[in-house]
Design a protein around this ligand. Structure first.
Ligand code: SF4
Length: 358
């Protein structure tokens, strides 16, 4: 007899969209059902994305010193988090950073700046960077993430060659005002719609672990489905010291995995990207998460360090996936360019005076 999660996947595969009740079944599944949940969501992932993983790379063009008060953000007004703060990168610096990501295997570069939203001068500045990047790397896909957009700005970015625009809904409408007061949920929806109307691919996602209920997580996900987001980054809160959510630890690896599976079941053919907090919260379940999600960030995040970029690529290979756009390699195979590791010789514990690894 198929599991209840398989039955949900069967219905979705047959063309019936998942309901809010289905989403809650997945989100509230037990630990003894976790592999069933992954297997069910993996069928949808395989159908729409095969064994490819899209690799994205973040370039933080301007960091910190934001006048907005998003409670989860280390760059917010009054944040005491000890992060890098700098104003706009020069165009050559931005292109050099993006090129590093492309060398690492990324196909999409996400150009991000802190702040409520760009001035028209900022939009021109980013347009220039994108032009320079595309001149050197014509095939690169560029996503801009510059905050709330005003009249004409999305069109200007599109003309400059920007392919996509990221603006996350972050959380449910019913929870939004608990996590930010300087702009509204409607402001966020408006910017996603402006991007869409200008022909930019809408990228909009979530941050989980902000004190939301299960129902609010489902509410946010269905709002993203209704909004028509082409790409849904799922972030897991990294509670920086010095921000209002300091000390907020609500997530477990299993819950994060269930959230990704729920996103896949609700939005079966949408890019589901494991975003910030992947290493911190999924921990040893990152590999299983790739069977559900089909996209990750390579290397570092905006203000925090990710695991080594090589570990990201190894994660993809070891789990039988290939980087989207990369030359076809045998899944799981170590590339010839990478020498095998010599086993680390034990020099601690029994037979030594050095404390044991325990
Ligand atoms: S999320 Fe964006 S708008 Fe909000 S505080 Fe951070 S940088 Fe500013």
């Amino acid at each position: 007899m198929p599991s209840r999660h398989d039955a949900i996947a069967d219905a979705v595969l047959a063309g019936s969209p998942a309901t809010e009740e289905d989403a809650l079944v997945v989100l509230r599944s037990g630990d003894d059902e976790l592999l069933e949940v992954v297997a069910a969501a993996a069928r949808l992932r395989r159908k729409h994305f095969g064994n490819a993983v899209k690799v994205n790379y973040l370039v933080n063009l301007k960091s910190g010193l934001c006048p907005e008060d998003c409670h989860y953000c280390s760059q917010r007004l009054g944040s005491q988090a000890d992060i890098l703060k700098y104003t706009w990168l020069r165009p050559d610096e931005a292109v050099a950073q993006a090129a590093a990501g492309l060398r690492g295997g990324a196909t999409r570069i996400c150009m991000v700046s802190s702040g409520r939203g760009p001035t028209d001068r900022d939009v021109d500045r980013v347009a220039g960077m994108v032009g320079a990047l595309k001149q050197e790397h014509p095939d690169v896909e560029v996503c801009a993430c510059l905050g709330l957009l005003k009249d004409g700005q999305a069109e200007r970015l599109r003309q400059a060659g920007v392919d996509a625009y990221n603006h996350n809904l972050n959380t449910a409408q019913s929870h939004h005002d608990d996590i930010v007061t300087t702009h509204t949920y409607a402001d966020r929806v408006d910017t996603v719609n402006r991007a869409k109307d200008a022909g930019l691919s809408p990228c909009s996602g979530l941050i989980a672990g902000l004190g939301e209920s299960d129902e609010q997580l489902v509410e946010a996900l269905f709002a993203l489905r209704d909004l028509g987001s082409d790409s849904i980054p799922v972030n897991f809160l990294m509670p920086f010291d010095g921000t209002p959510l300091e000390g907020t630890w609500e997530l477990t690896p299993g819950r994060c995995l269930r959230m990704l599976a729920m996103a896949r079941i609700v939005c079966p053919d949408t890019e589901i990207r494991i975003a910030g907090g992947r290493e911190m919260h999924l921990r040893s379940l990152q590999g299983l998460a790739l069977h559900v999600a089909n996209s990750i960030f390579l290397g570092d995040y905006l203000t925090s360090e990710g695991q080594a970029a090589e570990a990201d690529l190894e994660l993809i290979r070891d789990n039988g996936f290939v980087v989207l756009g990369a030359e076809a390699v045998t899944a799981g195979a170590r590339p010839a360019s990478e020498p095998p590791h010599d086993p680390a010789k034990r020099r601690r514990g029994a037979g030594t005076d050095v404390p044991a690894n325990a």
